[in-house]
Each structure stands twice: as structure tokens, then as C-alpha cells.
Design a protein around this ligand. Structure first.
Ligand code: SAM
Ligand code: SF4
Length: 333
């Protein structure tokens, strides 16, 4: 599928829940979160049907996210069913890592169960290695669980676990070197993410926004001049740099400051309440679940998906169209 700006759409990110066991300051800070009623959330059968149709239209990569995807009941058997759909070349999950170490069914850890379910890439969110700051950022004392979960992923044979770190001036800017070294020791691929205006509160202020360019400069002061590796690409919008003298790549996701950020976008997003979104940084969303529940045929759903693709904007609208009302937790980061 191609949109009106030459973006080739091959990647579907699916939020399976709006619920979460953490309360990250930039994502879902309010304790009094109103969850969607269960009936408003897409069933696994409904999601599987959409994925089968999307694969028929050229989607080859799926990422399961949330909310915290591992809080939804039976999510790992659901992921296994996703992996059995022919045509999916890459199946990933983004998680806060807090539930990777608990046992699931016959498996000693959820990490091992995910490997068995056919997941290829796991992205774990981790903004600091300081317990006190971890609690301040996420609202929960789960740092040790996350580190244990990362080690369980490595023990389960995942080759390249990615770490997602949201950049926050005054909160974790002093922790970045430690996170880079932690990632180096464990052969993890760390990516630094600029904070985006997708939250229930006005999180994005000049006083707390930390741009990637500044981080590249400060890491260069410590490690030597970071070298751009524009030849290295994962499936997303990250730009990669190499630390000289160290075989370590670092990714930067500069949604707010990189003017070329949207050029290679290949994504659609399916929210847990069944809205299809052509772009994270735009208010546009289309109610696919209502179509499904009104009895739409596969062909009608395929046309619906094609129709959303042609409405994909050229680029995100974060700078002029602040959208604090639609939280990342509901859209699926
Ligand atoms: N709960 C899972 C997790 O934390 O990885 C998956 C969902 S979370 C919404 C997906 C990613 O979005 C995380 O890496 C998180 O750090 C990031 N995120 C959430 N709110 C954000 C914001 N306002 N700006 C930038 N990234 C954000
Ligand atoms: Fe939960 Fe992930 Fe949002 Fe944090 S970023 S509140 S872990 S969904």
C-alpha cells in the first residue's frame, strides 16, 4: 500500500489494551485513569481478522503494544496466533519489562513464552537505572523486575533487545551515560526518544524537553565524537550513531527536531478501541471496530484500510496541533 506522499505502508502497530501497571509521568500520570469498558476493547478474534486482511494488503511487520500489553489476559497465546499468520516477517512487542520474569503457563518466564510464541524483537522501556528516579518517573518500584526481565530475554535467546529511553531534561539527563554502558555490557540496542505531546497532561515544556542533538553532543564529550551511521536502519524512524572504538550503536528518535523524521514512515496504528490511525502525531482516526461490529465483509474492511492509508498526512502535526487529550497509552506507542 502506498499513500499520497510515497510512504510504503507495511507496518501495523497494535495496542491491545489501554491499561497499565505503571504511571509514567509523560504517558499516564493520573492515578484516576478511566479505563475503557471491556466491551469497548477489540477482542483477539477481531484483531486477528484485521491483521489477516492487512497482511493481504502488504503488511509484513506487526508490533504489539499498549498500555502495557503483558497486563492483558492470554496475550501470549494471542501473539502465538499472530505469528502463525503467513506473510508476517517480523513480529515484535513493546513492553515496560515489569512482567517479563513472572512465570506463564508451562514457561518459567514470560520472556521464554514470548520467544516460543514467535516474537522476534522486544523493545523494553527504561529511562533510568536509579531506583529512586525510576519510582519518580513511573510511579512504581519495579526497576529490579525490569532488569531481571531484560536478563530473562537474553537467556531466552533474543538476539537484539532494544531499550527505549524517553529524554527528560532535569529528570534523566544525568543517567544517559550509565544507560549506554548498561546497554553495552548486555549487547542491547539503546534508543533515545524525544518526548512527544501525547499525554493526559501538558508534559512538553521547554523546561523539560531534551532534544536529541544536545544528547549527541554530551555523549560525544564523554565517549568521543559519535559517528553517524546513516547506512544502518531498523524498521522505524531512528537515526543511528556509533561510539568510536566501541562496537556500539545508539539510536535517536527525534520526532520533534528531525525535519526528515516522517519521510520513511511505513506505519499504521490500531488502537485498542479499534480506531485505525494513519499517524501518531495527528488527530486523524477512523472507527474500524464499528465497521466490524456492523458486519462488514473482508472486502469492505480492506477498502476501509486502503481509505485510511490515502488519508495519511505527509508528516506529523506535533508542533502545531498539540494533542494532550489523546494519550499515548490509548493510541499505543
Ligand atoms: N507499556 C509499554 C512500554 O512502556 O514500553 C508499551 C506502551 S508505551 C506507550 C510505548 C512507548 O511509548 C514507550 O517506550 C514509552 O516510553 C513511549 N512514550 C509514552 N509516552 C510518550 C511521550 N509522551 N513521548 C515520547 N514517548 C512516549
Ligand atoms: Fe504504561 Fe508504557 Fe505508558 Fe509507562 S509508557 S504508563 S509503562 S503504557
Amino acid at each position: 500500500m502506498e499513500d499520497n506522499f510515497g510512504h510504503q505502508i507495511s507496518y501495523l502497530r497494535i495496542s491491545v489494551t489501554d491499561r497499565c501497571n505503571e504511571r509514567c509521568a509523560y504517558c499516564m500520570p493520573n492515578e484516576l485513569q478511566e479505563w475503557l469498558p471491556k466491551g469497548g476493547v477489540m477482542s483477539y478474534e477481531e484483531i486477528l481478522r484485521v491483521v489477516r486482511i492487512a497482511v493481504g494488503l502488504g503488511v509484513t511487520k506487526i508490533r504489539v503494544t499498549g498500555g502495557e500489553p503483558l497486563t492483558r489476559r492470554d496475550v501470549i497465546p494471542f501473539i502465538k496466533r499472530l505469528s502463525e499468520i503467513g506473510g508476517i516477517k517480523d513480529l515484535g512487542i513493546t513492553t515496560n519489562g515489569t512482567l517479563l520474569s513472572r512465570s506463564v503457563g508451562d514457561f518459567k518466564t514470560a520472556a521464554a513464552a514470548l520467544a516460543d510464541a514467535g516474537v522476534r524483537t522486544v523493545n523494553v522501556s527504561l529511562d533510568t537505572l536509579d531506583e529512586r528516579k525510576y519510582v519518580a518517573i513511573t510511579g512504581r518500584p519495579y526497576l529490579n523486575r525490569v532488569i531481571e526481565g531484560i536478563d530473562d530475554l537474553i537467556d531466552s535467546g533474543f538476539e537484539k533487545v532494544k531499550i527505549n529511553t524517553v529524554l527528560m531534561r532535569g529528570r534523566n539527563e544525568d543517567d544517559l551515560i550509565q544507560l549506554v554502558n548498561f546497554s553495552h555490557q548486555r549487547n542491547l540496542l539503546i534508543r533515545f526518544i524525544e518526548m512527544m505531546p501525547v499525554s493526559s497532561t501538558d508534559v512538553l515544556k521547554d523546561s523539560n524537553f531534551l532534544p536529541c542533538g544536545e544528547v549527541i553532543k554530551s555523549l560525544s564529550d564523554t565517549f568521543g565524537c559519535l559517528q553517524s551511521r546513516s547506512d544502518y536502519k531498523t524498521n522505524g524512524p531512528a537515526s543511528y550513531y556509533m561510539i568510536p572504538g566501541r562496537d556500539q550503536l545508539i539510536g535517536f528518535i527525534g520526532a520533534m527536531t528531525n525535519f526528515h523524521f516522517c519521510e520513511s514512515c511505513n506505519k499504521l496504528r490500531l488502537t485498542c478501541d479499534g480506531k485505525l490511525r494513519p499517524c501518531l502525531g495527528s488527530h486523524l482516526e477512523f472507527d474500524l471496530l464499528s465497521e466490524i461490529r456492523c458486519g462488514a465483509s473482508d472486502e469492505r474492511i480492506a477498502n476501509f484500510i486502503r481509505g485510511v492509508v490515502v488519508k495519511k498526512p505527509k508528516e506529523h502535526d506535533f508542533l502545531s496541533n498539540y494533542q494532550p487529550g489523546r494519550k499515548m497509552i490509548a493510541i499505543g506507542g
